[in-house]
Design a protein around this ligand. Structure first.
Ligand code: DGY
Length: 324
């Protein structure tokens, strides 16, 4: 006997309790191996499904959609959705959703942690200690840049950018400047104690430049050799947005030449590959795309993705749609 429950694919391993929840509503097939499927494997798994729960590592494009005619919704367990070809999804009548809000504060915490680790050279110092090289206190040993009272520059002033601005302004007495496609309204600017500047001013005045903008064709290599050349030699660059926004080859060279002091990177062009030049220089803190990775936040993200699937099939309306 076949039931009329929609068929849903969970494309990556997620919390068992969320799989369990989804199984109460749908015929669920889950990728328990936690190895991302390649595009052909993903199509093979998705061909007979009505919905999918994905992470940022599954590309949903026109070619895949043409091969999956039953598909009605793809719920991304991420706030970023540059893995979606939104125009192709809309043309195919496929709803896309993401997970905004639930990860804002956690991601901002991590952005700030990365900023501080980078400015204060924490991982470099730890490697030195672990390697048994620490002999004496020394006046300039791992002397880094100031965080409190410095200029925090934010490129991309959405929810996460604002949460970082608040931490910097209210917690660390930083002067906050930002650049964004559109200016915040006066009340939000006042809350964040943030001043709008053009991109060149942002680059030139930054002590710590934090990237929090979405990855789009327009933001591809928004930070390359020319932009790095505009920054102070004492500045740091923090990327918790997406690889591809930074030209990693140009950044590796700038770090090697000490064009800027240091970088903190959670995301990489073509990740999980990391540009070899970045692995060679000491003045960079590298983490494997974990800015939203607390247990509570990842669970909230998985549950919101699940809620989107449930709401969509029960009411016809997703909770956090990215296309109309
Ligand atoms: C997001 O939510 O976009 C993160 O990068 C995935 O953890």
């Amino acid at each position: 006997m076949t039931s009329s429950k929609p068929r849903v694919l969970i494309a990556r391993k997620i919390f068992p309790e969320v799989v369990q929840r989804l199984s109460q509503h749908f015929h669920v097939q889950a990728n328990d191996a936690d190895t991302p499927w390649n595009p052909a494997e993903l199509v093979a798994q998705l061909q007979d499904k009505d919905g999918a729960l994905t992470t940022g590592s599954q590309r949903i494009d026109g070619e895949l959609l043409a091969a999956c005619p039953r598909l009605k919704i793809v719920a991304n367990m991420a706030v970023g959705y540059n893995n979606f070809d939104v125009a192709a999804m809309s043309a195919a009548g496929v709803q896309g959703t993401n997970t905004p809000d639930v990860l804002t504060e956690t991601t901002a915490d991590f952005g700030f942690a990365l900023l501080m680790a980078t400015a204060r050279r924490m991982t470099e110092a730890e490697h030195y200690l672990r390697a048994g090289r620490w002999r004496n206190w020394s006046y300039d040993m791992f002397a880094g840049g100031e965080v409190h009272g410095s200029t925090l520059a934010i490129l991309g002033m959405g929810r996460i950018g604002q949460a970082i601005a608040r931490r910097g302004a209210h917690g660390f007495g930083m002067r906050v400047i930002y650049h964004n496609r559109s200016r915040l309204d006066a009340q939000l600017e006042a809350e964040c104690r943030a001043t709008y500047v053009d991109k060149n001013t942002l680059l030139a005045q930054a002590d710590h430049l934090v990237l929090v903008l979405p990855y789009t064709p327009e933001s591809h290599h928004a930070i390359g050799a020319a932009e790095l050349a505009r920054m102070k030699p004492t500045a740091t660059l923090i990327n918790i947005a997406r690889g591809g926004i930074v030209d990693d080859a140009a950044l590796a060279q700038a770090l090697k030449d000490r064009r800027i002091a240091a970088a903190g990177l959670d995301v990489f062009e073509g990740e999980p590959r990391v540009h070899p030049g970045l692995l060679e220089v000491p003045n960079v803190v590298l983490t494997p795309h974990i800015a939203s990775a607390t247990v509570a936040t990842r669970l909230a993200m998985a549950n919101l993705a699940a809620d989107n699937l449930i709401a969509f099939f029960e009411t016809g309306r997703a909770l956090t749609p990215v296309n109309a």
